[in-house]
Design a protein around this ligand. Sequence first.
Ligand SMILES: Cc1ncc(COP(=O)(O)O)c(C=O)c1O
Length: 484
Amino acid sequence: MNKDNLLNEIFEYIKNYDSQIGELINFQTPERLREKLDFSILPAGGDDNSLLTDVQNYLKYSVKTNNKQFLNQLYSGENLPAFIGEIITALTNTSMYTYEVAPIATLIEKELINKMCKIAGFKNGGGTFATGGSNANMLAMMSARNKILPLVKQKGLQSAPLLSAFVSDQSHYSFDTAANILGIGSKHVYKIKSDSSGKMIVSDLQNAIENSIKRGETPFFIAATAGTTLLGAFDSLDKIANIAKLYHLWMHVDGSFGGSIILSKKYKFLFKGLENADSFTWNPHKLMNVPLIASVLLLKDKHRLMKNLSDLNTDYIYHDNDLEEYNLGKQSVQCGRRVDALKVWLAWRYYGDLGYEKRINRMFELAAHAEKTVKNNDKLQLLAERQSLNINFIYKSKDRSKDNELNLMIRENLMRKGISMVNYGYLKDKVSIRLVISNPDVSEKDLNEFFNNFIAMGDSIQEKITENTPKAHTEKCLISENYE
Ligand SMILES: Cc1ncc(COP(=O)(O)O)c(C=O)c1O
């Protein structure tokens, strides 16, 4: 097969991929999928005929996250300009470390970071694209650590004071990972209680800081969340910023999920106080519907990233001091770095600020519709007041002690039958089905269809829940597997 034919066939296939195999998911257990497909390592001689079939198989058994019944994750939907950006990035295959090899990409990334800093209220801010919200959060914690302990770069933490960090009990698990990587230890990331809406209880934060000081620790970092993973809650950034100021702590805002909501004038009030933070994670790959990965860490001090890493001995890459400002690799913990900025830039130019504002507002409208549907249906129960785009609910089992098992079974059955995908978490010990609106192209009709299917499945399987039905998992470690 010659190269042109092959590419034409693949692009033709991609163009039609909705109509040819438009189902949401063709669920197979790992064992069955292994039986169906040959995963063996490539034949010694290579096989150029396998490419098309391999691509077809890949598409056939992948989840179609642009399907309107994919309500499972904090990302979904499609975005043509960003998709094109992704292709061009692969086509022009380069790395973001020097201006020399990535001239236009460098200027695009700098422009985007400037724009996003302005929106966040960081007048002299800077930042970088990261490999995801988790890593952006880690870079924020690293920046805070290196600010309070400037010598840690060379000396390590051996003779350093015991640092402590503060997040809410609804925060993302990446802060524990970050503390692990940075030598702070996840035990020293204190989880402040949240209220029933999922917001950090700020008075508890202050108590926790005082207690940490009494124990002889050195508090250095608070992370507030702008859009929690399960409830979509926004912490009170202004109040938390006041406490950070009082104790001279670094304040980070994790907007990995909700960050893009700042693009809506109507909902920007949720970010009141962000301008007083030191750093902000914002993932265009979630609510801006840009393909993964597109994640940005913004910092109030534009020199901080460079200070984190300064003395790099790298004369084989960074030759020209005049271009230092444009050699973005000097601000990154990566050496080779993908051009993630292009897809964000193309999409932003295509939709414009106004287009994105409309998309965000539309998601809120859809979330309100879903919430109303739950509230108006006797068979369903809303488990927490809606904070932004997440609706937490359950189907009420006749025997309420079986709510957990029944709801997990409904969800699992809908997925295995390829009808819809929705995720879940736990509110205390109660399973909470988490419907999240992250795709503005979903319609009210799609949501009605989802709830009708959910209820019909509940009606049909509720009698199957018996004394012998295994208890649903309630351990925290299993819960987190179901989050992104
Ligand atoms: C609040 C929050 N922070 C961080 C993350 C991690 O982001 P990423 O998946 O880009 O690593 C998520 C992911 O869902 C999140 O919801």
